[in-house]
Design a protein around this ligand. Structure first.
Ligand code: CAA
Length: 394
């Protein structure tokens, strides 16, 4: 059984450095001045925010973990959380569009050779190009090992066939890390990962999917039909794909979880303000315990979520690798479910006004739902947590 860290680790501090405070303030100001004014319009029109992605890129708010040797800032997982919370506080649809390169480039950062990193990482810093993580398929979302795309070796190339769906930014990406079976009979041990240029012959974007929330983010389905990919584009060895996918998700889940914290924080702020202004029975509704306690629970659970995210990132930054799996899932599960609860309660606090589009909490409730689904549903996080607790790791 895994021992759960009770916080005895040396060196834990909640004090941010001056640089971290500045980074967070930069992201907050960008979210307030650039993202918030476009939030409603991008949601209504399902507009891909290319302009805002370009601005975020110019400010250095994208691709934060690319090492300095490839032109990046090489920031820690923890620093990334400070930026993501603010961007998602601005709008999680726009925030996801800006931060999804972290997931797309994750396998290259974690598993690419020096040559592969030198080829694919510097262009991300030079211009606001996008990359995607193409794991999910129409018949394989939670059950990654069930994916059916294939990659057949043909000389110095692989030939890829299959369908991918629910892929963030795929409709605008330069390249994607595509997971496919090189040995379908070997189940998850037969899965491999490839960098595929999205402009390659045989890659067809089939659909920009219309979502309930986070509508500013492009989520697309695409087909691979006899797509030829050079052997040099394979990440790791044949058969490493499953572990590459899992380790990447361990690395990115705290960053997604903190997005849920940003959304919950936004909903909480709206509910707090409204509860101080709205008067019923001669009192601001905040003074009625029924509402005051709801707001108190929001604040408490948001802070608990934030701290779980911070701990998971701290573990990743301190080289705890596989041990961080449990903590990434704690953070993702708790923050996603908290965002759903907080945004639902914020709608309740605003009553009839909360339910109409003129007020922002209706959108936040729709946006929050996705955190319980993407990058592993809340049920998958519970499954990971249960396995990590009950099953010793090899
Ligand atoms: N790191 C490294 N290795 C890992 C690992 C990890 N985090 N988790 C598991 N493994 C290893 C195991 O140790 C095991 O190794 P051996 O074969 O050597 O024993 C092997 O991988 C198999 O592990 P499991 O038995 O746990 O595998 P499983 O098939 O039962 O499934 C799962 C595990 C956790 C359910 C996995 O399928 C999963 O994470 N599913 C959710 C997928 C997901 O998050 N999808 C989201 C896609 S991305 C997205 O949504 C973003 C977007 O663009 C919209």
């Amino acid at each position: 059984m895994v021992a759960i860290d009770k916080g005895t680790a040396a060196g834990v501090s909640f004090a941010l450095t001056e640089e971290q405070k500045e980074l967070r303030a930069l992201a907050h100001t960008f979210a307030e001045r650039e993202i918030r004014p476009h939030e409603a319009e991008c949601d209504a029109e399902m507009r891909h925010p290319a302009d805002l992605i370009a601005k975020a890129h110019e400010l250095g708010l994208m691709n934060l973990h690319v090492p300095a040797e490839y032109g990046g800032l090489g920031l820690s997982a923890f620093d990334g959380l400070l930026v993501s919370e603010e961007l998602y506080w601005g709008c999680s649809g726009i925030g996801t569009s800006i931060t999804a390169n972290g997931l797309g480039s994750g396998p290259v950062l974690l598993f690419g050779t020096q040559e592969q990193q030198a080829r694919w990482l510097p262009p991300l810093i030079e211009s606001p190009i996008l990359c995607s993580f193409a794991l999910s398929e129409p018949g394989a979302g939670s059950d990654v090992a069930a994916l059916r795309s294939t990659a057949v070796r043909d000389g110095d190339e692989y030939v890829l066939n299959g369908s991918k769906t629910f892929i963030t930014n795929a409709g605008h990406a330069e390249w994607a890390v595509v997971f496919a079976k090189t040995d379908p009979a070997a189940g998850r041990r037969g899965m491999s990962a490839f960098v595929v240029e999205m402009g390659s012959a045989g890659v067809t974007i089939e659909k920009h999917l219309e979502k309930m929330g986070q509508r500013a983010t492009d989520t697309s389905a695409f087909a691979l039909t006899d797509v030829r990919v050079p052997v040099e584009n394979r990440l790791g060895e044949e058969g490493d794909g499953f572990k590459i996918a899992m380790a990447t998700l361990d690395f990115t889940r705290p960053g997604t979880a903190i997005g849920a914290v940003g959304v919950a924080q936004a909903a909480y702020e709206h509910a707090l303000e409204y509860s101080k202004e709205r008067v019923t029975f001669d009192l601001p509704i905040a003074m009625h315990q029924a509402v005051g306690f709801m707001v108190a629970d929001m604040a408490t659970e948001i802070q608990a979520s934030r701290l779980l995210c911070w701990q998971a990132a701290w573990m990743l930054d301190n080289g705890m690798g596989r041990e961080a799996t449990l903590y990434s899932s704690f953070a993702k599960r708790f923050a996603a479910d908290t965002a759903m609860k907080v945004t639902t309660d914020a709608v309740q606090v605003l009553g009839g006004y909360g339910y109409i589009k003129e007020y922002p909490v209706e959108k936040l409730m729709r946006d929050a739902k996705l955190f319980q689904i993407y990058e592993g549903t809340s049920q998958i996080q519970r499954l990971v947590i249960a396995r990590e607790i009950f099953t010793p790791k090899g």
